[in-house]
Design a protein around this ligand. Structure first.
Ligand SMILES: Nc1nc2c(c(=O)[nH]1)N[C@H]1C(S)=C(S)[C@@H](COP(=O)(O)O)O[C@H]1N2
Ligand SMILES: [Mo]
Length: 576
Protein backbone atom coordinates (compact mmCIF):
# COMPACT_ATOMS: atom_id res chain seq x y z
CA UNK A 1 0.00 0.00 0.00
CA UNK A 2 1.44 3.31 -1.05
CA UNK A 3 1.71 6.32 1.23
CA UNK A 4 2.56 9.93 0.61
CA UNK A 5 6.31 10.41 0.64
CA UNK A 6 6.06 13.99 1.82
CA UNK A 7 4.72 13.78 5.35
CA UNK A 8 6.34 10.53 6.47
CA UNK A 9 9.94 11.45 7.23
CA UNK A 10 9.70 14.84 8.93
CA UNK A 11 9.31 13.42 12.48
CA UNK A 12 12.20 11.02 11.87
CA UNK A 13 14.44 13.75 10.52
CA UNK A 14 13.55 15.91 13.50
CA UNK A 15 14.59 13.14 15.89
CA UNK A 16 18.17 13.25 14.60
CA UNK A 17 20.49 15.51 16.57
CA UNK A 18 23.51 17.66 15.88
CA UNK A 19 26.85 16.80 17.45
CA UNK A 20 29.83 18.48 19.08
CA UNK A 21 32.88 19.29 17.00
CA UNK A 22 35.19 18.60 19.89
CA UNK A 23 35.55 15.47 21.94
CA UNK A 24 33.72 16.35 25.15
CA UNK A 25 34.94 14.25 28.03
CA UNK A 26 31.74 14.78 30.04
CA UNK A 27 29.72 13.31 27.15
CA UNK A 28 32.13 10.52 26.37
CA UNK A 29 32.36 6.98 27.68
CA UNK A 30 33.64 6.89 31.25
CA UNK A 31 37.34 6.02 31.33
CA UNK A 32 38.18 2.36 31.87
CA UNK A 33 41.81 1.41 32.26
CA UNK A 34 42.99 -1.87 30.82
CA UNK A 35 45.28 -4.31 32.58
CA UNK A 36 48.93 -5.18 32.02
CA UNK A 37 49.00 -7.11 28.72
CA UNK A 38 48.83 -10.85 29.12
CA UNK A 39 49.73 -13.68 26.80
CA UNK A 40 48.01 -17.05 26.97
CA UNK A 41 50.31 -20.04 27.14
CA UNK A 42 48.11 -23.11 27.05
CA UNK A 43 45.48 -22.38 29.69
CA UNK A 44 47.58 -19.95 31.71
CA UNK A 45 47.63 -16.19 31.25
CA UNK A 46 51.12 -14.80 31.75
CA UNK A 47 51.80 -11.10 32.33
CA UNK A 48 54.10 -9.53 29.76
CA UNK A 49 55.77 -7.66 32.65
CA UNK A 50 57.77 -10.87 33.14
CA UNK A 51 59.50 -10.01 29.89
CA UNK A 52 61.39 -7.17 31.63
CA UNK A 53 63.29 -9.17 34.30
CA UNK A 54 63.70 -12.05 31.84
CA UNK A 55 65.17 -9.71 29.22
CA UNK A 56 67.49 -8.07 31.76
CA UNK A 57 68.70 -11.42 33.12
CA UNK A 58 68.96 -12.78 29.58
CA UNK A 59 71.07 -9.81 28.49
CA UNK A 60 73.46 -10.23 31.42
CA UNK A 61 73.81 -13.96 30.75
CA UNK A 62 74.33 -13.25 27.07
CA UNK A 63 77.17 -10.82 27.82
CA UNK A 64 78.85 -13.30 30.16
CA UNK A 65 78.37 -16.11 27.66
CA UNK A 66 79.71 -14.08 24.72
CA UNK A 67 82.74 -12.96 26.68
CA UNK A 68 83.68 -16.47 27.70
CA UNK A 69 82.94 -17.76 24.20
CA UNK A 70 85.41 -15.31 22.72
CA UNK A 71 88.13 -16.83 24.89
CA UNK A 72 87.68 -20.18 23.17
CA UNK A 73 90.25 -20.57 20.40
CA UNK A 74 87.63 -21.98 18.00
CA UNK A 75 85.36 -18.97 18.45
CA UNK A 76 88.24 -16.50 18.18
CA UNK A 77 89.23 -18.18 14.95
CA UNK A 78 85.62 -18.06 13.71
CA UNK A 79 85.46 -14.32 14.38
CA UNK A 80 88.78 -13.76 12.69
CA UNK A 81 87.51 -15.67 9.71
CA UNK A 82 84.16 -13.88 9.64
CA UNK A 83 84.90 -10.41 11.04
CA UNK A 84 81.40 -9.21 10.31
CA UNK A 85 81.00 -7.70 6.88
CA UNK A 86 79.59 -10.05 4.30
CA UNK A 87 78.93 -8.57 0.95
CA UNK A 88 78.94 -9.95 -2.51
CA UNK A 89 78.50 -6.40 -3.77
CA UNK A 90 81.05 -3.58 -3.83
CA UNK A 91 81.08 -1.03 -0.99
CA UNK A 92 78.68 1.91 -1.14
CA UNK A 93 80.32 5.02 -2.57
CA UNK A 94 77.61 7.58 -2.00
CA UNK A 95 77.83 7.74 1.81
CA UNK A 96 74.60 8.92 3.41
CA UNK A 97 73.02 11.23 0.81
CA UNK A 98 70.57 13.97 1.80
CA UNK A 99 67.52 12.05 0.56
CA UNK A 100 68.42 9.11 2.74
CA UNK A 101 68.77 11.36 5.78
CA UNK A 102 65.46 13.05 5.03
CA UNK A 103 63.64 9.78 4.46
CA UNK A 104 65.10 8.33 7.63
CA UNK A 105 63.79 11.29 9.58
CA UNK A 106 60.36 11.19 7.91
CA UNK A 107 60.13 7.47 8.53
CA UNK A 108 60.85 8.01 12.22
CA UNK A 109 58.33 10.83 12.38
CA UNK A 110 55.55 8.88 10.62
CA UNK A 111 56.21 5.71 12.62
CA UNK A 112 55.63 7.59 15.84
CA UNK A 113 52.06 8.46 14.84
CA UNK A 114 51.39 5.13 13.18
CA UNK A 115 52.41 3.23 16.30
CA UNK A 116 50.48 5.44 18.68
CA UNK A 117 47.28 5.52 16.64
CA UNK A 118 47.59 1.79 15.97
CA UNK A 119 47.70 1.11 19.71
CA UNK A 120 44.64 3.30 20.12
CA UNK A 121 42.78 1.23 17.52
CA UNK A 122 43.81 -1.94 19.34
CA UNK A 123 42.53 -0.51 22.64
CA UNK A 124 39.03 -0.42 21.13
CA UNK A 125 39.01 -4.22 21.22
CA UNK A 126 41.95 -5.08 23.46
CA UNK A 127 42.13 -8.75 22.52
CA UNK A 128 43.91 -10.68 19.78
CA UNK A 129 42.82 -13.98 18.30
CA UNK A 130 43.83 -16.33 15.51
CA UNK A 131 40.31 -17.51 14.73
CA UNK A 132 37.59 -15.56 13.04
CA UNK A 133 34.93 -16.10 15.70
CA UNK A 134 36.43 -14.03 18.57
CA UNK A 135 34.86 -16.26 21.21
CA UNK A 136 35.83 -14.89 24.64
CA UNK A 137 38.58 -17.05 26.13
CA UNK A 138 39.98 -18.01 22.71
CA UNK A 139 42.23 -14.96 22.48
CA UNK A 140 46.03 -15.34 22.82
CA UNK A 141 46.67 -11.79 23.97
CA UNK A 142 44.62 -9.28 25.92
CA UNK A 143 44.97 -6.17 28.05
CA UNK A 144 41.42 -6.37 29.31
CA UNK A 145 39.86 -8.66 31.93
CA UNK A 146 37.82 -11.73 30.96
CA UNK A 147 34.35 -10.60 29.93
CA UNK A 148 31.83 -10.48 32.79
CA UNK A 149 29.22 -13.22 32.81
CA UNK A 150 25.48 -12.82 33.28
CA UNK A 151 25.04 -9.44 31.65
CA UNK A 152 25.09 -8.02 28.15
CA UNK A 153 28.70 -6.97 27.50
CA UNK A 154 28.96 -5.08 24.23
CA UNK A 155 32.21 -4.49 22.42
CA UNK A 156 31.98 -0.82 23.39
CA UNK A 157 31.85 -1.91 27.04
CA UNK A 158 35.04 -3.84 26.39
CA UNK A 159 37.11 -0.90 25.09
CA UNK A 160 39.79 0.54 27.37
CA UNK A 161 41.46 3.94 27.74
CA UNK A 162 45.12 4.59 27.07
CA UNK A 163 47.13 7.45 28.52
CA UNK A 164 47.08 10.44 26.15
CA UNK A 165 50.87 10.35 25.77
CA UNK A 166 50.63 6.80 24.44
CA UNK A 167 47.50 6.48 22.31
CA UNK A 168 46.11 9.19 20.05
CA UNK A 169 43.93 10.70 21.48
CA UNK A 170 44.01 8.41 24.53
CA UNK A 171 40.32 8.55 25.45
CA UNK A 172 38.33 5.35 25.40
CA UNK A 173 36.61 4.24 22.18
CA UNK A 174 38.19 6.86 19.96
CA UNK A 175 38.78 4.44 17.10
CA UNK A 176 37.16 6.90 14.67
CA UNK A 177 39.83 9.53 15.27
CA UNK A 178 42.77 7.17 15.64
CA UNK A 179 41.85 5.62 12.28
CA UNK A 180 42.13 9.02 10.61
CA UNK A 181 45.59 9.42 12.08
CA UNK A 182 46.60 5.87 11.28
CA UNK A 183 45.44 5.89 7.65
CA UNK A 184 46.52 9.44 6.78
CA UNK A 185 50.01 8.97 8.15
CA UNK A 186 50.14 5.46 6.66
CA UNK A 187 49.61 7.00 3.27
CA UNK A 188 52.51 9.40 3.77
CA UNK A 189 54.63 6.56 5.13
CA UNK A 190 53.86 4.36 2.13
CA UNK A 191 54.71 7.18 -0.29
CA UNK A 192 57.96 7.76 1.59
CA UNK A 193 58.62 4.02 1.47
CA UNK A 194 57.99 3.71 -2.27
CA UNK A 195 60.35 6.63 -2.94
CA UNK A 196 62.87 5.02 -0.62
CA UNK A 197 62.73 1.70 -2.49
CA UNK A 198 63.05 3.53 -5.79
CA UNK A 199 66.02 5.61 -4.67
CA UNK A 200 67.72 2.62 -3.05
CA UNK A 201 67.78 0.75 -6.32
CA UNK A 202 68.42 3.78 -8.50
CA UNK A 203 71.64 4.36 -6.54
CA UNK A 204 74.17 2.05 -4.93
CA UNK A 205 72.43 2.29 -1.54
CA UNK A 206 70.63 -1.03 -1.96
CA UNK A 207 74.02 -2.70 -1.53
CA UNK A 208 73.92 -1.82 2.15
CA UNK A 209 70.67 -3.62 2.77
CA UNK A 210 70.39 -6.60 0.46
CA UNK A 211 72.51 -9.59 1.43
CA UNK A 212 73.44 -11.50 -1.70
CA UNK A 213 75.57 -14.18 -0.07
CA UNK A 214 75.04 -16.90 2.56
CA UNK A 215 78.10 -15.40 4.24
CA UNK A 216 75.65 -13.00 5.85
CA UNK A 217 74.61 -15.64 8.39
CA UNK A 218 78.03 -16.49 9.86
CA UNK A 219 78.82 -12.78 9.70
CA UNK A 220 75.66 -11.96 11.61
CA UNK A 221 76.49 -14.61 14.21
CA UNK A 222 80.02 -13.27 14.52
CA UNK A 223 78.85 -9.65 14.92
CA UNK A 224 76.20 -10.76 17.40
CA UNK A 225 78.87 -12.40 19.57
CA UNK A 226 81.06 -9.32 19.25
CA UNK A 227 78.25 -6.93 20.25
CA UNK A 228 77.19 -9.18 23.11
CA UNK A 229 80.72 -9.39 24.45
CA UNK A 230 80.71 -5.55 24.54
CA UNK A 231 83.82 -5.58 22.38
CA UNK A 232 82.11 -4.18 19.31
CA UNK A 233 82.95 -5.12 15.73
CA UNK A 234 84.95 -2.69 13.63
CA UNK A 235 82.57 -0.17 12.11
CA UNK A 236 82.48 0.20 8.33
CA UNK A 237 78.98 1.60 8.17
CA UNK A 238 79.94 4.55 5.97
CA UNK A 239 80.37 2.05 3.15
CA UNK A 240 79.00 -1.29 4.40
CA UNK A 241 76.81 -2.72 7.11
CA UNK A 242 77.81 -5.75 9.09
CA UNK A 243 75.89 -9.02 8.89
CA UNK A 244 73.65 -8.31 11.88
CA UNK A 245 72.78 -4.81 10.67
CA UNK A 246 72.15 -6.10 7.19
CA UNK A 247 69.81 -8.85 8.33
CA UNK A 248 67.80 -6.72 10.75
CA UNK A 249 67.52 -3.77 8.37
CA UNK A 250 66.59 -6.09 5.54
CA UNK A 251 63.84 -7.73 7.58
CA UNK A 252 62.56 -4.34 8.73
CA UNK A 253 62.50 -2.73 5.29
CA UNK A 254 61.61 -5.69 3.08
CA UNK A 255 59.59 -7.96 5.38
CA UNK A 256 58.05 -6.15 8.34
CA UNK A 257 56.93 -3.11 6.31
CA UNK A 258 55.18 -5.02 3.49
CA UNK A 259 53.71 -7.50 5.99
CA UNK A 260 52.25 -4.56 7.95
CA UNK A 261 50.68 -3.09 4.84
CA UNK A 262 49.20 -6.37 3.63
CA UNK A 263 47.92 -7.48 7.03
CA UNK A 264 46.42 -4.02 7.48
CA UNK A 265 44.56 -4.14 4.18
CA UNK A 266 43.35 -7.69 4.79
CA UNK A 267 41.45 -6.48 7.86
CA UNK A 268 39.07 -4.67 5.55
CA UNK A 269 35.60 -6.17 5.04
CA UNK A 270 35.49 -5.19 1.36
CA UNK A 271 38.92 -6.58 0.54
CA UNK A 272 38.58 -9.71 2.64
CA UNK A 273 35.08 -10.46 1.34
CA UNK A 274 36.07 -10.06 -2.27
CA UNK A 275 38.99 -12.50 -2.15
CA UNK A 276 37.11 -15.75 -1.66
CA UNK A 277 39.21 -18.49 -0.02
CA UNK A 278 42.15 -16.10 0.43
CA UNK A 279 40.00 -13.94 2.69
CA UNK A 280 38.85 -17.04 4.51
CA UNK A 281 42.34 -18.43 5.19
CA UNK A 282 43.92 -15.04 5.89
CA UNK A 283 41.04 -14.08 8.15
CA UNK A 284 40.88 -10.72 9.85
CA UNK A 285 41.87 -11.97 13.30
CA UNK A 286 44.96 -13.78 12.02
CA UNK A 287 45.81 -10.60 10.09
CA UNK A 288 45.28 -8.43 13.17
CA UNK A 289 47.55 -10.74 15.15
CA UNK A 290 50.28 -10.66 12.48
CA UNK A 291 49.88 -6.89 12.18
CA UNK A 292 50.52 -6.70 15.92
CA UNK A 293 53.55 -8.99 15.69
CA UNK A 294 54.99 -6.79 12.93
CA UNK A 295 54.34 -3.81 15.21
CA UNK A 296 56.21 -5.60 18.02
CA UNK A 297 59.13 -6.17 15.63
CA UNK A 298 59.22 -2.45 14.80
CA UNK A 299 59.14 -1.48 18.47
CA UNK A 300 61.90 -3.97 19.27
CA UNK A 301 63.90 -2.69 16.31
CA UNK A 302 63.48 0.95 17.34
CA UNK A 303 64.59 0.21 20.91
CA UNK A 304 67.62 -1.87 19.90
CA UNK A 305 68.63 0.38 17.00
CA UNK A 306 68.22 3.50 19.14
CA UNK A 307 70.28 2.01 21.98
CA UNK A 308 73.06 0.91 19.61
CA UNK A 309 73.19 4.34 18.00
CA UNK A 310 74.05 5.70 21.44
CA UNK A 311 76.53 3.08 22.58
CA UNK A 312 78.46 2.42 19.39
CA UNK A 313 79.55 6.01 18.89
CA UNK A 314 76.80 8.61 19.01
CA UNK A 315 78.82 11.34 17.35
CA UNK A 316 79.89 9.31 14.36
CA UNK A 317 76.46 7.69 13.96
CA UNK A 318 74.62 11.02 14.04
CA UNK A 319 77.20 12.52 11.67
CA UNK A 320 76.33 9.79 9.18
CA UNK A 321 72.55 9.91 9.36
CA UNK A 322 71.92 13.57 10.21
CA UNK A 323 74.79 15.41 8.49
CA UNK A 324 75.99 13.01 5.83
CA UNK A 325 79.64 13.31 6.89
CA UNK A 326 82.07 10.64 8.04
CA UNK A 327 84.21 12.34 10.65
CA UNK A 328 84.37 13.03 14.37
CA UNK A 329 83.04 16.60 14.19
CA UNK A 330 79.95 17.79 16.07
CA UNK A 331 77.95 18.52 12.91
CA UNK A 332 75.39 15.73 13.15
CA UNK A 333 74.65 15.81 16.85
CA UNK A 334 72.76 19.16 17.04
CA UNK A 335 70.68 18.11 14.03
CA UNK A 336 69.89 14.86 15.79
CA UNK A 337 68.82 16.81 18.87
CA UNK A 338 66.66 19.06 16.67
CA UNK A 339 65.00 16.01 15.08
CA UNK A 340 64.27 14.58 18.53
CA UNK A 341 62.85 17.93 19.65
CA UNK A 342 60.48 18.00 16.66
CA UNK A 343 59.39 14.49 17.52
CA UNK A 344 58.89 15.36 21.18
CA UNK A 345 56.85 18.50 20.50
CA UNK A 346 54.54 16.84 17.96
CA UNK A 347 54.25 13.87 20.28
CA UNK A 348 53.01 16.19 23.02
CA UNK A 349 50.57 18.09 20.82
CA UNK A 350 48.90 15.23 18.94
CA UNK A 351 46.47 14.02 21.60
CA UNK A 352 45.27 17.35 23.05
CA UNK A 353 44.89 18.72 19.51
CA UNK A 354 42.81 15.73 18.45
CA UNK A 355 40.53 16.00 21.49
CA UNK A 356 39.97 19.69 20.88
CA UNK A 357 39.70 19.67 17.12
CA UNK A 358 38.12 16.28 16.60
CA UNK A 359 35.92 17.43 13.71
CA UNK A 360 38.89 19.01 11.99
CA UNK A 361 40.87 15.78 12.30
CA UNK A 362 37.89 13.91 10.83
CA UNK A 363 37.53 16.34 7.92
CA UNK A 364 41.25 16.47 7.25
CA UNK A 365 41.55 12.68 7.42
CA UNK A 366 38.56 12.25 5.12
CA UNK A 367 40.06 14.70 2.64
CA UNK A 368 43.35 12.81 2.68
CA UNK A 369 42.24 9.19 2.62
CA UNK A 370 38.43 9.16 2.68
CA UNK A 371 38.00 8.20 -0.94
CA UNK A 372 40.69 5.53 -0.73
CA UNK A 373 38.97 4.00 2.28
CA UNK A 374 35.69 4.14 0.43
CA UNK A 375 37.00 2.64 -2.80
CA UNK A 376 36.31 -0.85 -1.54
CA UNK A 377 32.59 -0.41 -2.07
CA UNK A 378 33.35 -0.86 -5.76
CA UNK A 379 34.41 -4.42 -5.00
CA UNK A 380 31.90 -7.21 -5.37
CA UNK A 381 31.37 -9.08 -2.11
CA UNK A 382 31.23 -12.85 -2.13
CA UNK A 383 30.20 -15.27 0.55
CA UNK A 384 33.07 -17.66 1.08
CA UNK A 385 31.73 -19.37 4.18
CA UNK A 386 29.41 -22.24 4.98
CA UNK A 387 27.15 -23.18 7.88
CA UNK A 388 30.00 -24.95 9.68
CA UNK A 389 31.89 -21.65 9.90
CA UNK A 390 29.15 -20.00 11.98
CA UNK A 391 30.63 -18.52 15.16
CA UNK A 392 29.61 -20.05 18.48
CA UNK A 393 29.78 -16.51 19.90
CA UNK A 394 28.83 -13.27 18.20
CA UNK A 395 29.74 -10.04 19.96
CA UNK A 396 27.04 -7.41 20.01
CA UNK A 397 27.32 -3.70 19.86
CA UNK A 398 25.32 -0.53 20.15
CA UNK A 399 22.57 1.09 22.16
CA UNK A 400 19.39 -0.97 22.56
CA UNK A 401 15.98 0.49 21.66
CA UNK A 402 13.92 1.43 24.70
CA UNK A 403 11.00 3.47 23.31
CA UNK A 404 7.44 2.48 24.30
CA UNK A 405 6.63 2.32 20.58
CA UNK A 406 9.29 -0.35 20.05
CA UNK A 407 8.41 -2.22 23.27
CA UNK A 408 4.80 -2.46 22.18
CA UNK A 409 5.67 -3.78 18.74
CA UNK A 410 8.04 -6.30 20.28
CA UNK A 411 5.39 -7.46 22.76
CA UNK A 412 3.06 -8.06 19.83
CA UNK A 413 5.63 -10.19 18.01
CA UNK A 414 6.06 -7.33 15.51
CA UNK A 415 2.67 -8.15 13.95
CA UNK A 416 1.94 -4.42 13.88
CA UNK A 417 5.39 -3.51 12.51
CA UNK A 418 5.39 -1.56 9.26
CA UNK A 419 8.56 -0.69 7.41
CA UNK A 420 8.22 2.70 5.79
CA UNK A 421 10.22 3.09 2.56
CA UNK A 422 9.95 6.38 0.72
CA UNK A 423 11.59 9.66 -0.14
CA UNK A 424 12.72 10.13 -3.74
CA UNK A 425 10.99 7.02 -5.09
CA UNK A 426 8.18 6.34 -7.55
CA UNK A 427 6.46 3.77 -5.38
CA UNK A 428 6.70 4.35 -1.62
CA UNK A 429 5.91 1.33 0.52
CA UNK A 430 4.59 0.48 3.95
CA UNK A 431 5.49 -3.17 4.44
CA UNK A 432 4.60 -5.60 7.19
CA UNK A 433 7.01 -8.36 8.19
CA UNK A 434 4.70 -10.84 6.46
CA UNK A 435 4.92 -8.85 3.24
CA UNK A 436 8.73 -8.71 3.51
CA UNK A 437 8.84 -12.46 4.12
CA UNK A 438 6.62 -13.04 1.07
CA UNK A 439 9.29 -11.45 -1.12
CA UNK A 440 12.10 -13.67 -2.51
CA UNK A 441 14.30 -14.72 0.40
CA UNK A 442 18.07 -14.59 0.35
CA UNK A 443 20.36 -16.27 2.88
CA UNK A 444 24.09 -15.83 3.22
CA UNK A 445 26.85 -16.87 5.61
CA UNK A 446 29.17 -13.92 6.06
CA UNK A 447 31.73 -12.37 8.39
CA UNK A 448 30.79 -9.25 10.29
CA UNK A 449 33.65 -6.73 10.64
CA UNK A 450 33.22 -4.28 13.49
CA UNK A 451 35.33 -1.12 13.28
CA UNK A 452 36.62 -1.94 16.76
CA UNK A 453 38.36 -5.06 15.50
CA UNK A 454 36.23 -8.11 16.27
CA UNK A 455 34.57 -10.36 13.72
CA UNK A 456 31.82 -12.96 13.84
CA UNK A 457 30.24 -15.30 11.33
CA UNK A 458 26.49 -15.79 11.05
CA UNK A 459 23.93 -16.85 8.53
CA UNK A 460 21.62 -14.01 7.66
CA UNK A 461 18.25 -14.37 5.94
CA UNK A 462 16.13 -11.62 4.45
CA UNK A 463 15.20 -9.57 1.41
CA UNK A 464 17.87 -8.24 -0.88
CA UNK A 465 18.11 -4.48 -1.27
CA UNK A 466 18.03 -5.08 -5.03
CA UNK A 467 14.48 -6.40 -4.61
CA UNK A 468 13.58 -3.42 -2.47
CA UNK A 469 15.05 -1.02 -5.03
CA UNK A 470 13.12 -2.76 -7.79
CA UNK A 471 9.94 -2.41 -5.78
CA UNK A 472 10.20 1.26 -4.82
CA UNK A 473 11.80 2.52 -8.06
CA UNK A 474 14.13 5.32 -6.90
CA UNK A 475 13.93 8.50 -8.92
CA UNK A 476 17.05 9.48 -10.89
CA UNK A 477 17.92 12.22 -8.37
CA UNK A 478 18.04 9.74 -5.46
CA UNK A 479 21.70 9.18 -4.64
CA UNK A 480 21.64 8.02 -1.03
CA UNK A 481 19.61 5.76 1.21
CA UNK A 482 19.00 6.64 4.85
CA UNK A 483 18.27 3.89 7.35
CA UNK A 484 16.50 5.10 10.50
CA UNK A 485 16.53 3.00 13.67
CA UNK A 486 14.00 2.66 16.47
CA UNK A 487 16.94 3.05 18.84
CA UNK A 488 18.79 6.12 19.99
CA UNK A 489 22.55 6.36 19.71
CA UNK A 490 24.94 6.44 22.67
CA UNK A 491 24.86 10.24 22.90
CA UNK A 492 21.10 10.72 22.48
CA UNK A 493 19.22 11.37 19.24
CA UNK A 494 18.13 8.69 16.82
CA UNK A 495 20.62 6.21 15.32
CA UNK A 496 20.74 6.36 11.54
CA UNK A 497 23.15 5.74 8.73
CA UNK A 498 23.48 6.68 5.07
CA UNK A 499 24.62 4.54 2.11
CA UNK A 500 24.95 5.25 -1.58
CA UNK A 501 22.16 3.76 -3.68
CA UNK A 502 24.89 2.16 -5.75
CA UNK A 503 26.34 0.31 -2.77
CA UNK A 504 22.88 -1.00 -1.94
CA UNK A 505 22.81 -2.89 -5.25
CA UNK A 506 25.48 -5.37 -4.17
CA UNK A 507 24.49 -8.98 -4.30
CA UNK A 508 24.97 -9.52 -0.57
CA UNK A 509 23.24 -6.37 0.67
CA UNK A 510 20.07 -7.45 2.43
CA UNK A 511 17.46 -6.43 4.95
CA UNK A 512 17.81 -9.34 7.36
CA UNK A 513 14.94 -10.66 9.50
CA UNK A 514 16.70 -13.94 10.37
CA UNK A 515 19.99 -14.83 12.02
CA UNK A 516 21.24 -18.42 11.97
CA UNK A 517 17.86 -19.71 10.85
CA UNK A 518 15.88 -18.07 13.67
CA UNK A 519 13.98 -14.82 13.89
CA UNK A 520 16.50 -11.98 14.33
CA UNK A 521 17.22 -11.74 18.10
CA UNK A 522 16.46 -8.52 19.97
CA UNK A 523 20.10 -7.51 20.56
CA UNK A 524 21.01 -8.16 16.94
CA UNK A 525 18.33 -5.85 15.56
CA UNK A 526 14.83 -7.35 15.62
CA UNK A 527 12.74 -7.19 13.59
CA UNK A 528 14.94 -5.92 10.74
CA UNK A 529 18.58 -4.91 10.21
CA UNK A 530 20.83 -4.12 7.31
CA UNK A 531 23.61 -6.45 6.13
CA UNK A 532 26.05 -4.71 3.83
CA UNK A 533 29.07 -6.98 3.61
CA UNK A 534 31.58 -4.56 2.11
CA UNK A 535 31.30 -2.10 4.96
CA UNK A 536 32.14 -2.03 8.65
CA UNK A 537 29.52 -2.97 11.25
CA UNK A 538 28.37 0.50 12.26
CA UNK A 539 26.98 1.07 8.76
CA UNK A 540 24.52 -1.80 9.34
CA UNK A 541 21.64 -0.18 11.16
CA UNK A 542 19.75 -2.47 13.54
CA UNK A 543 16.07 -2.19 14.57
CA UNK A 544 15.19 -0.43 11.30
CA UNK A 545 12.02 1.67 11.39
CA UNK A 546 12.19 3.40 8.00
CA UNK A 547 14.22 3.79 4.84
CA UNK A 548 14.41 7.07 2.95
CA UNK A 549 15.92 7.72 -0.49
CA UNK A 550 17.48 11.20 -0.62
CA UNK A 551 19.59 13.38 -2.86
CA UNK A 552 21.90 14.64 -0.13
CA UNK A 553 22.51 14.01 3.57
CA UNK A 554 24.12 17.28 4.65
CA UNK A 555 20.83 18.32 6.31
CA UNK A 556 20.48 15.12 8.35
CA UNK A 557 21.79 15.09 11.93
CA UNK A 558 25.20 16.74 11.98
CA UNK A 559 25.45 16.13 8.26
CA UNK A 560 28.29 13.59 8.27
CA UNK A 561 26.31 10.64 6.91
CA UNK A 562 25.37 8.69 10.01
CA UNK A 563 25.19 8.61 13.77
CA UNK A 564 28.74 7.44 14.42
CA UNK A 565 30.00 9.71 11.66
CA UNK A 566 28.35 12.64 13.49
CA UNK A 567 29.10 11.70 17.08
CA UNK A 568 32.18 9.50 16.98
CA UNK A 569 33.97 11.07 14.00
CA UNK A 570 33.89 7.88 11.92
CA UNK A 571 34.23 7.98 8.16
CA UNK A 572 31.12 8.00 6.01
CA UNK A 573 32.43 5.33 3.66
CA UNK A 574 34.06 2.50 5.53
CA UNK A 575 35.06 -0.43 3.39
CA UNK A 576 38.47 -0.59 5.11
N1 LIG B 1 20.50 1.09 15.76
C1 LIG B 1 21.79 0.75 15.91
N2 LIG B 1 22.36 -0.04 14.97
C2 LIG B 1 23.65 -0.42 15.10
C3 LIG B 1 24.42 0.02 16.19
C4 LIG B 1 23.80 0.88 17.14
O1 LIG B 1 24.43 1.33 18.11
N3 LIG B 1 22.49 1.20 16.97
N4 LIG B 1 25.74 -0.37 16.30
C5 LIG B 1 26.40 -0.79 15.07
C6 LIG B 1 27.69 -1.44 15.29
S1 LIG B 1 28.97 -0.45 15.77
C7 LIG B 1 27.89 -2.77 15.02
S2 LIG B 1 29.45 -3.48 15.09
C8 LIG B 1 26.77 -3.67 14.70
C9 LIG B 1 26.75 -4.78 15.71
O2 LIG B 1 25.78 -5.72 15.38
P1 LIG B 1 25.52 -6.93 16.36
O3 LIG B 1 25.15 -6.37 17.69
O4 LIG B 1 24.46 -7.74 15.74
O5 LIG B 1 26.82 -7.68 16.47
O6 LIG B 1 25.53 -3.00 14.72
C10 LIG B 1 25.53 -1.69 14.20
N5 LIG B 1 24.18 -1.21 14.16
MO1 LIG C 1 30.95 -1.68 15.43
Amino acid sequence: MAISPDNGFEPLRASLTGADDTLRRDHWLVPQPGIVPRIRIGKRWVSTLWALPIAAAGLLCLIALAQSLRELPGVAEFIQHHPGVAQATPPVNSGFPWWLQLQHFLNMFFMLFIIRSGLQILADHPRLYWRRDCTPGSEWFRFQRPIPKGRLWTSKDDSVSLPGWLGIPGLRHTVGLSRWWHFSVNMLWVINGILFYALLFATDQWQRLVPLTWEVFPSALSTAIQYASLNFPVDHSWTRYNGLQQLTYFVTVFVAAPVSILTGLMQSPAISNTLGWVGKVFNRQAMRSLHFIAFAWFVGFIVAHGALVFITGLRQNTNHMFAGVDDTSWRGFPLFVLAMAILAVTWGIASPFTVRHARLVQRFGAAMVGSLIGLGDRLQTRSQLTAKDISPYFWSNGTLPTSPEYRELEAGGFAAYRLHIGGLVEAPQLLSLAQLKAMPKQTQVTTHFCIQGWTGVAEWGGVSMRQVIKLVKPRPEARYVVFYSFAAGADGGRYYDVHTVQNMRHELTILAYEMNGEALPFVHGAPLRLRCENELGYKMVKWIVAIEFVHDFADLGAGRGGYNEDHEFYGYRASI
